[in-house]
Design a protein around this ligand. Sequence first.
Ligand code: PMP
Length: 388
Amino acid sequence: MKGKRLLMIPGPIEFTDEVLAEMSLPTLSHVDPQFIEEFGQAIEKMRKVWLAPNGQPFAVAGSGTLAMELAAANITEPGDNVLIVHTGYFSDRMADIFRLHGANVDIVPSGVGDLPSLELVRAQLKAKYYKTLSITHVDTSTGVRADVKNLAAAAHETGTLVVVDGVCAVAGEELRMEEWGVDIALTASQKAVGVPPGLALLVASSRAIDAFKARKSPVRAYYCDWQYWLPVMEAYEARKAAYFGTPPVNLVRALNVSLGQILSEGMDARFARHAKNARAFRAGLTAMGVKFVPAREEIYANTLTAAWYPEGIDASVLGHIAAEGAVLAGGLHPAIKTKYFRIGHMGMSDASEILATLGAIERGFARAGYRFSPGSAVAAAQAVLAKG
Ligand code: PMP
C-alpha cells in the first residue's frame, strides 16, 4: 500500500484511477461540443444504471442533501400528505425537508437498527391518502436496508408516489426503478456511483414529472426548481448546449467515465458483488466476535456494515485501524453514536480491498487490547470470497 490508507467509510469511497484521471483534465467550457456529448452520454447512462428506461435523469452540482431537496421540492405542494418509512438519521432529514416544502408529514416509526413492517406501512397508506411515500433505501446511520420493491408495490395500491433516498444504495443495492414503480430515486456522486463529492443525482419517473407539471403552486426553492433544470437536461441529451447554473464540468465528465465502468460490469453482476463483499465483511467481523446494529439478517445493507464495538473497545480503535491502513467511520445515529462504527464497502471494492481492510481492523483491535485469534477475520472473509 506504500503508506496509502484505504478510505472505507460510507462515502466518499475509493475512486478508480480512470475516474480520478478524468477529474484532473483541464476544464472544458460547459458549451464545448465535447462536453455536451459527454454530458448527454452520462444522462443516457444514468437511465441504464437506475434501470429506468423511461426515467428523466437530473445531474446538478450539490451533495446528496440537494438531491433530497430536489425530490421533495418539485413534487410537494403545501398541504400534501407525505408518509416516511422511518429507519434512522436520514429519514428524519427527509421528513424535515418535506415539512419545509409544506407537506403534512406522518412517520411510521421503528426502533434503532430496525424498520417498520410492510404491514404497518400498508395499513397507514390505507388509513389516509398520501401523495408520497418516502423510503431511505439504506440508512447510512444504521446499515439497515429497506425492502423498496414491496414498499413501492404497497404504495401503488393507493396511487401514492414513491421517493427513494438511494444515497447509500444506487449502483450498489439492487434497485429496478421502473419495474418496481419507484418515482424518484436519488443519490450523490461520492458513494456507489464512484465519483468524488459534488453531484446530486436523481431519476424521475413520468408520474413524478406529471405531478410536477400539474402543480398549482410554485416550487418553493429557486435552485431546485425543475422548471429550470428540465430544459437543461433535455438539451444536453439532445446534444445541445443549455444554461441554468454552470455544470461542474470535471465531475460530469468523471460521472460519464464511472457510469461506463458500472455498466461494463453489468448491474446484476454489480449487485451480486456488493452482496458477496458485504457477506465477506460480516463473516470476518463475526469471526472476531463483533455484532451488527441492524436487528435482522434480511435487513443488513450490502453497501455498508454498522457494527457494535465489542466490550472494552471504544471509538479510539478507529485511530488504530487508520494507522494500520483503513479509514473507517464512527457512529452517526444520535441514540447510539458512541457505541458503534461503520465500514463502507461500495463502488469498485474488490477482494484485496476487503481483505486489506479486515487485516487493518484486526491489527487495530489488537492494538486496542481486544482479544481474538489473529487472522480469523481475514480467513473467514477469504472463505466467502473464494467461493465462486
Ligand atoms: N441520505 C443518505 C442515505 C446518506 O447516506 C447521505 C450521506 N451520508 C445523505 C442522504 C446526504 O448526502 P450528502 O452528505 O451528500 O448531502
